[in-house]
Design a protein around this ligand. Structure first.
Ligand code: ADP
Length: 404
């Protein structure tokens, strides 16, 4: 009977899942999918490893599905489709590990209480990430569960890279730069030695360009600096988040525009970025396909901001050997990759246009010329596989400990 690890990525209105078969020490994807629109129009869909649909259910417009109902549905689906498989543990994506959790951890009631305390640092994500862990622990107390943190990879940054120039009365509350997208960066760091050994050893900036977007400066595969800071709204312009902003703008919104904290949160997280600037869409594909001037300007600003922040990451690294593109836009948009490389040509990046055009189809490759001083790469990320690897390692260790 094959052992299986389930990976859950739970948000406020959706739960994404991936199930991995363990074959020897290898993890192979067997099933993936999601329940989305939990409180508006719940919809479940699942696929097998070949991408063939294996399950689907809609609850209808206006229906409400609690996280616990969604997990019950998912559990029943996986049991129904899991003949010959035995679930040995669940790995969870948890946005914030704070200063304490710098590695993945087996969860317990005490650990969950500590993670609850970090909710003020990530109020939009942390409670939803933790909820499924408690739901599963209640129903299946013996099943090991592992929390993996988006902040943990950045724990290697020097204190100076993490500090804000604020008084201690504020910073003593944990107000500092943490950085996010850590599971994506950790996966890329783990893939680099095989794909691009020099980039693995050298000074590399990884550009995670999805709906959320950030850059990570890595030296020898370790995080040295990143564009996201205290929250996942800092740094680059994103789908609907503004990125780097003069804090004086927040005071202006409060004092002059009569906005309260929740109004401002809505603007910063949901009404800004590509959506806010274009007034059309937060989806890069829609903007690239649009002939409207506002769409063009939003894409121009998106690329310009990456170029500016790339300079900052390069300064933190004292030079640049390689740049890696990943996540939705980074993996699939040859146009954005080309434009970012053009904006960064002064670093010594020389794009190979045909390699760049083919990279999306090939799912990972070098896209710079052989003579380019700084190499450029496309590497598809796989945060869920990273979580499954961590979960497997901790579960193995727990089993070995119990056997001794
Ligand atoms: P998330 O951060 O939610 O995981 P993704 O990594 O899937 O999101 O990235 C979503 C973004 O990727 C969207 O802006 C989408 O338009 C963009 N994207 C996906 N495919 C393409 C493509 N072929 N060309 C341009 N943008 C793309």
């Amino acid at each position: 009977m094959a052992d299986v690890i389930l990976v859950l990525n739970a948000g406020s209105s959706s739960i994404k899942f991936r199930a991995f078969d363990i074959e020897g020490a290898q993890l192979a994807l067997v099933s993936h999918g999601q329940v989305e629109g939990l409180f508006t129009a719940p919809h479940f869909v699942a696929y097998n490893a070949k991408g063939e649909k294996t399950g689907e259910k809609s609850w209808g417009e206006g229906a409400k599905l609690e996280h616990s109902d969604a997990i019950a549905h998912l559990g029943a689906f996986l049991r129904g489709h899991g003949a010959g498989h035995r679930l040995i543990g669940v790995g969870h994506r948890v946005v914030h590990g704070g200063a304490h959790f710098t590695k993945p951890v087996l969860t317990s009631p005490e650990v969950l209480d500590q993670l609850d305390k970090l909710t003020p640092l990530a109020p939009l994500h942390q409670p939803h990430n933790i909820k499924p862990i408690r739901i599963i622990a209640e129903r299946n107390p013996g099943l090991p569960q592992v929390a993996c943190f988006d902040t943990a990879f950045h724990a290697t940054q020097a204190p100076i890279a993490q500090a804000f120039a604020l008084p201690e009365s504020i910073t003593k509350n944990g107000v500092r730069r943490y950085g996010f997208h850590g599971l994506s960066y950790e996966y890329i760091a783990s893939a680099l030695p095989d794909i691009a050994p020099e980039a693995a050893r050298g000074r590399t900036v990884v550009a995670h360009l999805g709906n959320g977007a950030s850059l990570c400066a890595m030296r020898a595969g370790k995080s040295v600096a990143s564009t996201m800071g205290f929250t996942a709204v800092d740094g680059l312009m994103m789908g609907t988040r503004c990125g780097n902003l003069d804090p004086g703008v927040l005071l202006y919104m409060l004092d002059e525009l009569g906005m309260n904290a929740r109004d401002i949160e809505d603007v910063l997280y949901r009404q800004s970025g590509l959506l806010g600037v274009s007034g059309i869409s937060g989806d890069m594909r829609a903007l690239l396909a649009s002939s409207e001037e506002r769409a063009r300007f939003a894409v121009d600003l998106y690329v310009y901001r990456i170029g500016r922040e790339l300079g900052s990451m390069g300064a933190a690294l004292q030079g640049l050997d390689a740049i890696v593109f990943t996540a939705g836009i980074g993996e699939h948009s040859k146009e954005i990759r080309q434009r970012v490389c053009e904006a960064a040509a002064w670093w010594g990046i020389e794009l190979d246009a045909s390699a760049n055009a083919d990279a999306s189809a090939n799912g990972g490759a070098r896209i710079s010329t052989a003579s380019s001083k700084v190499s450029a790469w496309v590497i598809p990320t796989n945060e869920e596989l990273m979580i499954a690897r961590h979960a497997l390692a901790l579960i193995d260790r727990q089993r070995k400990g119990a056997a001794e």
